[in-house]
Design a protein around this ligand. Structure first.
Ligand SMILES: [Mg+2]
Ligand SMILES: [Zn+2]
Length: 194
């Protein structure tokens, strides 16, 4: 059976925007995130993280750190009774220094490669799915996938809302205080639709 999904950005949406999370000590969950993901679990939404991690290609941190951080995230959530269904990341960057990851790709957001990967891994009801992120590139990816995008004011969100989005043709369908606010809005809107 198809399930709706919430495609979440990671840095600035799930955890504090710290620049590059180049050490596990810089990974701090934002308030309300466990509750938000628990709500998605309860309501039958898939919770999927799509994240650019170009620091790998740039040589700022190894691929193993990305996996370590994601295992850490899943562990924190599990303790709070919340489950992330999938995490997909792009380690690439065209101007990187690690040859293996230095290239143009279609998975670096706003490219749609990560979304396509997620769609190949799960049976997703795209008509009820949303993208949530703190950066205009998250909204641009949503547009390219023909999904509604929600901007959170955490991370880069408030700055992008103030200085970037007024000059762009893309509009979020909702501006949320944080991930929890976004998820509550999604659930309410989904109930109204059904
Ligand atoms: Mg972000
Ligand atoms: Zn990529």
């Amino acid at each position: 059976m198809k399930r709706p999904a919430v495609f979440m950005d990671r840095d600035g949406t799930v955890n504090e925007q710290m620049g590059y999370v180049n050490h596990i000590s810089r990974f701090h969950l934002l308030p309300g995130v466990c509750q938000a993901i628990r709500l998605l679990n309860e309501r039958g939404f898939l919770g999927i993280i799509l994240t650019n991690q170009s620091g790998v290609a740039r040589g700022y941190f190894p691929l193993t750190l990305v996996h370590e951080i994601h295992a850490f995230l899943e562990e924190i959530l599990k303790k709070e009774g919340a489950i992330i269904d999938g995490i997909f990341f792009c380690p690439h960057y065209p101007g990187g220094s690690i040859p293996e990851f230095t290239r143009e790709c279609d998975c670096r957001k706003p490219g749609t490669g990560l979304m396509k990967k997620a769609c190949n891994s799960f049976d997703i009801d795209m008509s009820r799915s949303y993208v949530v992120g703190d950066h205009f590139t998250d909204l641009e990816m949503a547009r390219r996938c023909d999904l509604d995008g929600i901007l959170v004011k955490t991370g880069y969100g408030l700055g992008d809302l103030t200085y970037v989005l007024p000059h762009m043709p893309i509009k979020p369908c909702y501006i949320a205080d944080d991930l929890l606010d976004a998820v509550k809005w999604i659930i309410q809107r989904d109930e109204e639709k059904c």
